[in-house]
Ligand binder design. Structure first.
Ligand code: WTA
Length: 661
């Protein structure tokens, strides 16, 4: 055990509370707990006044709104800043050209190869965005049209999003780790007109072709008229005449201008659709709009990351997820910050890659996920000690509950026991951070996301919809609308209502379990629905099950989450093959490959077990809690199983599980 390991263990047993640093408080947006409480109180007493103030201060509006909020939980429908007009790309780019930031680095891109670095000043990014917006225009893209984006973490990804925002086109980013099948269903759902993709993804030293996935997806996407391809790796790709063209050729055309007027959008026009998993097999197209979203991501960026003009800020997420949308792009660029975009992975070429980047660019704020911390912990503190991390000021965490060991490792080895850690709870649906410490105001407790941000009315409800007492577990809920909230599930208003506003009246239901301690601190437990959180990525068990049963020899399948030391949770599946199909290990391997192909590598089950039958109630519902226990090798206390149609299947599954291990 190294000395820092000793420290971690001893600190853990003390259950300490960590005070925010005193240095930096005076310059912070909110610099004391009293100041937080005062601002929180004001935001709850007069939410509309509060949000109007924030929207006015942070955003440049072409036209001011008529009403701050028009909310109807029953429909449900929420309109923020109705009558207001603005353009998000103007706010993220143009206005910084006039306020002294023209030559400031907006984006610093670090490619996977160390020497691949590109720096875009606000002026340069503006030019690139305008040029690509003009390319999209030439392809017939107009306000309201959908553009699907399937790109690795290269600058063109950020440029494409901002170009859509400039034209008022709706972007729908599909994470480049998703399969062609997943891409296809998302393009079909939003009926995109253009797809932007690349030849390949460079990851951990390998070139992984991407264009073939796009081609496969587009074989059944009638709405797509054009496909623009970025050359990243230079591998051979096939181009379809009349549909496909190269990004670099398009932007180099002499008739492509370097300016493009931003479209003045209504506050409630859609900015983007981002698909996320829910409790049914079909991912939900979460809809975010223009004015409220921008206000909210800037508000949270300013308060939680205490963003200052000369800060270098690095969020390690992929722009393909909401964290990248809100905290690599829109929040930081809205505030005129310098944001790092990194193409690679934390462990390649070695487990010191992140710290090398921190030193290289003198990063001040570093925002990552617990799964990354856990993966890096395996290599001990050596890699962290090789670099000068003294530029760091604020550390952040997102994606899943951070276990206290990981929190302490982060605190000791990266934070050098001095830096505040902001554990930020939020969701794709919430648009931005909801519950989080403020770095210079909130004492932190390892494992707790702490207190709701100003403007956020969070509470814990029991099943009856009453507020739960201290330390009583229940449903985390949000009782007041906030500007960053999702405005719909694309094309499915019924699902919007059912998924988020049905459980309790006049309340948003995030489907997370949590408790609040005696100090009012929130401790998030995890999902209450059938969603598994693998390395901070949300996966619906129903999606995995439908991928498994799409295999011709599988009759039935059930997937559950099991605890995993690095990934937080892993996927474990039970399958019942058709009668007469031999139960071979080869078939199990094939099924894992099949899920990978249907959804993507992140959804691949860690293990699959044959199930002669699944534990079902007499009404045919699979009893998942029984499966979760068996998968986790916990063969006792299954709870009430009296409603099982055939209790003997449980014994069979236990036998099967024991035989596997
Ligand atoms: C979980 C990612 C505990 C939670 C921004 C939520 C967290 C889901 C935290 C959303 C956190 C995210 N502590 N749990 N700090 N952050 N979660 O939509 O279960 O990919 O509902 O958004 O991740 O995942 P999503």
């Amino acid at each position: 055990m190294s000395s820092s390991d000793d420290k971690i263990t001893s600190l853990l047993s003390e259950e300490r509370v960590f005070e925010p640093p005193t240095e930096g408080r005076d310059a912070a947006a909110i610099g004391s707990l009293d100041a937080y409480h005062a601002e929180y109180k004001r935001s709850m007493e007069d939410p509309e006044g509060y949000w109007a103030e924030r929207a006015e201060e942070l955003v440049t509006w072409d036209k001011k709104w008529d009403t701050v909020l028009d909310a109807d939980f029953d429909k449900p429908e929420f309109h923020w800043f109705k009558g207001g007009k603005l353009n998000v790309s103007y706010n993220c780019l143009d206005r910084h050209l006039e306020n002294g930031r023209r030559n400031k680095a907006a984006l610093i891109w670090q490619g996977e190869p160390e020497e691949d670095v590109k720096v875009y000043t606000y002026q340069m990014l503006h030019t690139e965005v305008c040029r690509f917006a003009n390319v999209l225009k030439k392809k017939g893209v107009k306000k309201g049209d959908r553009v699907s984006i399937y790109l690795p973490m290269i600058p063109e990804l950020s440029i494409a999003l901002l170009a859509c925002a400039r034209l008022g086109a709706i972007h729908s980013v599909v994470f480049a780790g998703f399969s062609s099948v997943a891409l296809q269903s998302r393009i079909q759902d939003c009926e995109a007109k253009v797809l932007v993709t690349a030849d390949a993804v460079i990851r951990a030293g390998k070139t992984i072709p991407l264009k073939p996935n796009a081609d496969e997806a587009l074989s059944e996407c009638d709405t797509i008229e054009s496909c623009v391809v970025v050359k990243r790796a230079g591998n051979d790709v096939s181009m379809t005449d009349g549909r496909d063209s190269w990004w670099h050729d398009e932007v180099a055309e002499s008739d492509i201008a370097s300016t493009c007027d931003p479209e003045s959008m209504d506050a409630e026009d859609i900015l983007f659709i981002l698909y996320t998993s829910g409790s049914t097999g079909k991912p939900k197209g979460v809809v975010h709009t223009t004015g409220g979203y921008l206000t909210y991501v800037m508000h949270t960026c300013q308060y939680v990351f205490d963003m200052k003009d000369d800060d270098v800020y690095w969020c390690t997420a992929d722009v393909g997820w909401v964290t990248g949308h809100s905290y690599i792009l829109y929040g930081p660029l809205g505030l005129g910050a310098t944001s790092i975009m990194f193409e690679g992975v934390p462990t390649y070429p070695g487990p010191d890659r992140f710290w090398k980047i921190v030193e290289k660019f003198q990063v001040n704020t570093f925002y990552t996920a617990p799964t990354v911390i856990r993966a890096l912990m395996r290599d001990g503190d050596g890699p962290t000690q090789r670099y000068d991390l003294s530029s760091l000021r604020i550390l952040g965490s997102v994606g899943e509950p951070i276990n206290p060991e990981a929190w302490m490792w982060y605190h000791v080895n990266i934070g050098k026991e001095k830096l505040p850690i902001v554990d930020t709870w939020w969701q794709t649906e919430t648009g931005g951070l909801m519950i989080s410490p403020l770095p210079y105001a909130t004492p932190t407790k390892p494992g707790s996301a702490s207190l709701p941000l100003p403007g956020i009315d969070a509470a814990i409800f029991n099943e009856e919809g009453e507020e739960a007492g201290p330390n009583e577990g229940g449903h985390l809920v949000i009782r007041k609308p906030w500007p960053g909230m999702l405005r719909g599930v694309f094309g499915d208003p019924e699902r919007y209502k059912k998924a988020y506003f049905n459980r309790y009246k006049d309340t948003y239901d995030p489907e997370d379990g949590a408790r609040k301690d005696d100090d009012g601190y929130f401790w998030i437990m995890g999902r209450l629905d059938d969603v598994v959180n693998v390395s901070g990525h949300r996966l619906g068990t129903a999606e995995i099950e439908s991928a498994l049963v799409s295999h011709p020899v599988i009759a039935e399948a059930a997937a559950v989450g099991i605890p995993h030391t690095i990934k937080g949770q892993a996927v474990y599946a039970f399958v019942t093959p058709n009668t007469g199909v031999e139960h071979t290990p080869e078939l199990l391997a094939e099924l894992r490959g099949h899920v990978r192909k249907e959804i993507g590598p992140i959804a691949t089950p860690d293990a699959i077990q044959y199930a002669p039958g699944l534990p079902k109630t007499r009404s045919g519902k699979i009893m998942r809690r029984v499966l979760r226990k068996i998968a986790a090798n916990d063969f006792e206390n299954f709870g009430d199983t009296s409603t099982l149609a055939d209790p003997s299947v449980v014994e069979d599954l236990i036998k099967g599980k024991k035989a596997l291990d």
